[in-house]
Ligand binder design. Structure first.
Ligand SMILES: C=C(O[C@@H]1C=C(C(=O)O)C=C[C@H]1O)C(=O)O
Length: 360
């Protein structure tokens, strides 16, 4: 699949002068709940109402969605507010019902994207329709799998497409529910600049307080849209209560966000510069993270050397590292001098760390 200008026609047709905003509850719970939220979102920057109809839960026994009934409520909400509608579909039966109730946009969830069989089944079910399909990243950080799912829809004739970045599962507990791994959607965007890229900060965050920061990072990286879980009474939500925000909180976030426009040469230049600098900031964060992790291992080696009464400096090992890194650096167009200077500094810090462990 190659980048195609037509991917973003559906988005351009909305003629927005700000990022696309999709909002609505994690799950449709009752007709009153859905209609109340829809009306609160009506006169805002929100264009599309989302609602979970079938909920894929990690463990059985939790609320699994209201099913077909919710599609009727969604239709009423659309009629009363004029908002477009979107739901997650996870099998061919869901697609059939979504078509029956004329849902505008269908999204493929992260747990579905991982399975080429089920993605193909859904793709066959939308063949011949003019639906817009948004594909969430798979739960595991695999760009080829993500793009493969998009491609399956393209191959059945769907060309109104987009992707949603909802973060990646981790075993380790971090500040995020799902790790953003910004480099992956950035890579995707570099290869497919016309495939609309939408951030789902709710699932990355898993909590309310960092949703704004995630949205601002996305806009700084030139994302096209945001999908934010919004509930009239978030604390009482039947699913994902911690990450949902009220329509009022959403409006405040949307008005505080700095939206970068691409108008004229100078502004375009400044936008591109700030996109690249945001990418550098993210990479710098990763470099620090890696250096910190390296030093933790060095500390353990220091502890072992102390116990076994072994010297800190190990010339043979050190020379092997230098040789390997100079060669690897060459493959990344880094000069020998640069690699040497960096690695000498790392080695010195490593010796200082071990000395501290030994002296303690
Ligand atoms: C960490 C060690 O101690 C020293 C530090 C090294 C490093 O930072 O990679 C390598 C060799 C040693 O001079 C080690 O012995 O492996």
């Amino acid at each position: 699949m190659k980048n195609k200008k037509e991917f973003r026609n559906w988005l351009d047709a909305l003629a927005l002068n700000h990022p696309l905003v999709i909002a609505g509850p994690c799950s449709a719970e009752t007709e009153e709940q859905l209609l109340e939220i829809a009306h609160q979102l009506k006169d805002s920057k929100v264009s599309i109402l989302r609602a979970g109809i079938w909920k894929p839960r990690s463990r059985p026994g939790n609320f699994e969605g209201v099913g077909e009934l919710g599609l009727k409520w969604l239709q009423t909400a659309k009629k009363e507010t004029g908002l477009l509608t979107t739901i997650e579909v996870a099998n061919a039966t869901h697609v059939e019902l979504a078509l029956k109730y004329d849902v505008d946009i269908l999204w493929i969830g992260a747990r579905t994207t991982v399975s080429p069989f089920i993605v193909q089944e859904i793709a066959e079910a939308v063949r011949g329709t003019d639906k817009t399909i948004l594909v969430k990243n798979p739960v595991n950080p695999d760009l080829a799998l993500w793009l493969g799912a998009v491609e399956r829809f393209y191959e059945v004739g769907i060309n109104k497409l987009g992707v949603i970045h909802r973060g990646f599962s981790t075993y380790e507990k971090t500040r995020y529910r799902n790790n953003p791994e910004w480099q992956i959607p950035i890579d995707l965007h570099n290869h497919f600049p016309d495939l609309p890229l939408i951030l789902d900060p709710s699932h990355i965050a898993g909590r309310r307080d960092i949703i704004f920061d995630l949205c601002q990072t996305a806009l700084d990286l030139n994302y096209d849209g945001l999908m934010i879980e919004t509930h009239n009474n978030p604390d009482k939500a039947w699913s994902d209560a911690d990450q949902q925000i009220t329509p009022l909180a959403l409006k405040e976030i949307l008005s505080d966000l700095k939206v970068r426009k691409t108008e004229g040469d100078q502004i375009e230049f400044r936008n591109q510069l700030s996109t690249l600098r945001s990418q550098i900031d993210l990479i710098d964060d990763q470099i620090m993270d890696m250096l910190g992790k390296r030093m933790k291992i060095v500390d353990s080696i220091g502890g072992m050397k102390k116990k076994n009464n072994v010297a800190i400096l190990q010339v043979k090992r050190w020379n092997q590292i230098l040789e390997r890194m100079i060669e690897l650096g060459g493959e990344y167009t880094l000069s020998e001098d640069f690699v040497l200077r960096i690695y000498k500094a790392i080695h010195q810090e490593s010796i200082n760390h071990q000395k501290k462990v030994m002296d303690d």
